[in-house]
Write a protein that binds this ligand. Structure first.
Ligand SMILES: O=P(O)(O)OC[C@H]1O[C@H](O)[C@H](O)[C@@H](O)[C@@H]1O
Length: 445
């Protein structure tokens, strides 16, 4: 089971102040449970893990098998909540060099629809020219420009290369039950589809087919992932006392730190496979809390890599930051530092030690240095990088985010600010229906 340690924040905020949140956190928990808070039509994620049926998982696994059997490469087309969860889990669990391995046990997973780079899309379509590829087209609204544009290209290429019949088999759509262009296309073309429930927002959708299908295609055990999340659903439940409830403690601690002037939270890992877990976490907290001119700014670093770049800022820059470190207790493989007779590099003091021991000392040394430098530090320990532990971690962050947003008194489940750039982009591109906006924006240029 994953665990949370907040001891290293106590030099900056007091334990009493954190525990003083107990009543407020309870109220936030009850608002989530009873659906009486802001954004209460988006609470479908709350009891999602415990409500996923065996039949649903079997359907996802069967579809994943069709893609595995018929594709060397699968493109996950989506943006924001429609791709980050899948990518976070897949990269956390995959071999670091999976796409270079000769013997493949699952299709190569590639992501698209999360940018509008012509070079990215050109190079992708070039690469796919001699590949048997399939596409998972993911969009809750079904109208997101980035994803729709990539899918238009990929659909055409898949049909041209593999024929309409095969394309129908290897293209899967995950979208709204009724609305949106992705739904219209899927129904017209006869694609296999999965529904994103109305009451689950994009950034909370990793345990819906949005995350589960790509994760299953990549060869990972979605039953264990869901079981881990369900375990955490229990551990963070409304009935669990404050001092035993990790989501409650995390939400309270970060809000108290925020009140004390720590405006930026940096999510830290010492394992590059967790890079996209941080990207997922940034969307979860950034879109949920950054509104009404409030909210902790969620940032992330990969250590020890970024200790050689951002380390200086974190150690001695403006003291408005705190860190939340994700630490992985047990690594998957064993590699010892070899003894070298000549010792030209002077590394014989490490000979015989596991590489992970060196990494763990880097981690401990960093924590002590940053705390000494004025950076409060929280620590989340994952026993190992497994489906089960990752499932726990995802739900822990989701639940804490719901509580934290209510503590901050914002609606954690909307994202009105995201529309501003879209409106301008459509006006600049003369999208039908944006005639007035087009005129207004042209006048500004
Ligand atoms: O799934 P979609 O409707 O395509 O949305 C994808 C993403 O883009 C939107 O603009 C929102 O900011 C995100 O919350 C969402 O996850």
């Amino acid at each position: 089971m994953i665990s949370l340690n907040i001891e290293k924040t106590f030099g900056f905020i007091s334990k009493e102040k954190v525990f003083a949140y107990e009543t407020e956190v309870k109220a936030a928990q009850e608002m989530l449970e009873k659906g009486t808070g802001k954004g209460n039509d988006f609470l479908g994620w709350l009891h999602l893990p415990s409500s996923i049926s065996k039949e649903h998982l079997a359907d996802l696994k069967a579809t994943a098998q069709v893609l595995k059997d018929n594709c060397e490469v699968v493109i996950v087309a989506g943006i924001g909540g429609s791709y980050l969860g899948a990518r976070a889990v897949i990269e956390a669990l995959s071999n670091s060099f999976t796409w270079l391995q000769e013997k493949k046990t699952a299709p190569i997973m590639i992501y698209a629809g999360h940018n509008i780079s012509e070079d990215y899309l050109f190079e992708l379509t070039e690469y796919l020219k001699d590949k048997k590829f399939g596409v998972i087209n993911i969009s809750k609204s079904g109208t997101t420009t980035e994803t729709a544009l990539a899918f238009r290209l990929l659909k055409k290429q898949c049909e041209d290369q593999r024929g309409k019949e095969t394309a129908k088999k290897v293209i899967v759509a995950i979208t709204d039950a009724k609305k949106g262009a992705a739904r219209v296309t899927a129904d017209k073309e006869g694609y296999k589809t999965f529904i994103i429930p109305d009451n689950v927002g994009g950034r909370f959708s990793v345990l819906t087919p949005v995350g589960l299908l790509p994760i299953a295609v990549a060869g990972f055990d979605i039953e264990k992932l869901v079981a881990g999340a369900a375990e955490m659903e229990k551990a963070c439940g409304c009935d669990v006392p404050f001092d035993k409830n990790p989501a409650a403690i995390y939400a309270a601690t970060r809000n108290e730190l925020y009140k004390s002037g720590k405006k930026i939270e940096i999510l830290v890992n010492f394992c590059p496979k967790l890079h996209y877990v941080s990207e997922w976490w940034k969307q979860l907290y950034g879109e949920s809390e950054g509104k009404d001119n409030k909210g902790i700014f969620p940032a992330s670093v990969d250590f020890s890599t970024d200790l050689h770049s951002m380390g200086q800022w974190i150690q001695e820059g403006e003291r408005t930051i705190f860190e939340t470190v994700i630490s992985v207790e047990k690594v998957d493989h064993k590699l010892e530092v070899p003894f070298d007779e000549a010792n030209l590099d002077g590394l014989n003091f490490l000979a015989g030690k596991r590489v992970d021991e060196v990494n763990k000392m880097a981690e401990l040394g960093t924590q002590l240095a940053h705390v000494d430098g004025g950076v409060p530090n929280m620590r989340i320990v994952l026993p190992e990088l497994s489906e089960y532990n990752i499932g726990e971690l995802l739900y822990f962050f989701e639940k804490a985010c719901g509580i934290s947003g209510y503590l901050l008194e914002v609606n954690p489940f909307n994202q009105p600010g995201v529309e501003a750039y879209k409106k301008n982009m459509f006006a600049l591109l003369n999208k039908p229906g944006y005639e007035e906006e087009s005129k207004a924006i042209q006048a500004k240029l």
